[in-house]
Design a protein around this ligand. Sequence first.
Ligand code: NDP
Length: 480
Amino acid sequence: MSEQEFFGHIIDNEEVESLSGERFEVWNPWKREVWAEAAEGAAQDAERAVSSARKAFDEGPWPRLGRVERARAIHRLADLMEARTDDLARMDSTNMAKPFEQATHDVARSVWNFRFFADHQRDHVGEVYPMDTGHHTYSEYGPAGVVAAISPWNFPLMMATWKIAPAIAWGNTCIIKPSEDTPASVTLLGRLAVEAGFPPGVLNVLNGHGFPAGAALTGSYDVDRVTFTGSSITGRTVMASAATHLAPVSLELGGKGANIVFADADLDNAVYWAVEAIFRNAGQICLAGSRLFVHSSIYEEFLRRFVAAAEKLTVGDPFDPATRFSSLASKRHFDKVVSYIDAAREAGGRFLTGGVADDGSWVVRPTIVDNLPLDSAPYCEEIFGPFCVVNSFDTEEEVIHLANDTRYGLNAMLFTENLSRAHRVASQLRAGTVWVNCFFIRDLRTPFGGVGDSGVGREGGNFSREFFTEPKAVVMQIAR
Ligand code: NDP
């Protein structure tokens, strides 16, 4: 990568400037300097991208390619991504200070998104419905059309591929708008799609800000599906915009995940996952275990170990192999997390460790706080940073109530060695995913999404198929 790389739009297999010629600066948050520029998309650029995708869908070969050829093309892209793993990971690390080892892991997961959905659509089966009327019915899953995908900055490549992979695998064409903070890896992905021989218009990358570029996509009458990951507030705007042309939406939004540690938990395991759940990616994870509930009988012991483990995390340059934890992804986000730290102090929270690094960097150290009022903003709202609020509990009923007492419902974790309790509590938690004695493990066949303010719809396996296709029932008369 040169010092000042440029990331254009990729429209119709060409990397282009915006029609206005405008660009915006791309930051390296660890070094606090501009390292690249990207094309600043406006409504007219969005229109170009949408009409390219529309033409590719209505007239191009992609939806008509057949499932085996399409899978082959997607595997070719996955091969190229694998070969460029270091470049893709370096872009995310540079662009948002993700430790390089974690960014490398994200690339592997992104490759798997493509391989999984390529094979999933290649091998899928429809349903046959025997009827007693002298007919039979079967289902078909045809592509939905043009997909607008809007992805966030916390997993720049991984979240984008989680949307693009099922969309194109099922024969749709796609426009991805990465976050303005992290355009690099997704633009490289677009270049690789060209290299892999994708027909023009199948995968377009539109760079720019949420408004106007993202909004122009979600509001376009030529877009048939909108898939979005980001904040709950923007999710509402996206849904309203898609409603103007009745495009179905899939929204993966914020979270305030409960992490419950019962007295009989394997404490080493629970501490390990508690650290991963809130400090991996500096807590910039919608699935973060940001509310930790620990049984009162082990409260002090657990906190002692948890604080010690948090303080051991090596904070530093994302490219240093020893680094487990680096700066936040942008100055804007740093300021937001700092405002919650200030609010937690004002609300009387007890800081067990952490706080702002105070060295001019955009680092917030792994922070653990208890004694926060249950109606205070840092307890209730998604902070999206390395900030864990801890509470004790005495009974199962009490902790289920505490865990569910939130507008969010993306995920929860629970740690116990009691099998019956694990099942009983898991089934009562209001969340899209519950992890028992683990965290972050995914099987891509399973539903992923949240309830309440955490989202609308589910993706993964057949759930992605339902969203990215137009299922059709074909009824045949067989009796004469
Ligand atoms: P946003 O929800 O604003 O951004 C997410 C994506 O949506 C970005 O690509 C953004 O573009 C785009 N966008 C913004 N406005 C619009 C619009 N009107 N129409 C279409 N697309 C739009 O998140 P932020 O980056 O502002 O982060 C704010 C908070 O959101 C975080 O602090 C965190 O709490 C939460 N968040 C949750 C995520 C999750 O994984 N669930 C991921 C990211 C954030 P652009 O970047 O150019 O604004």
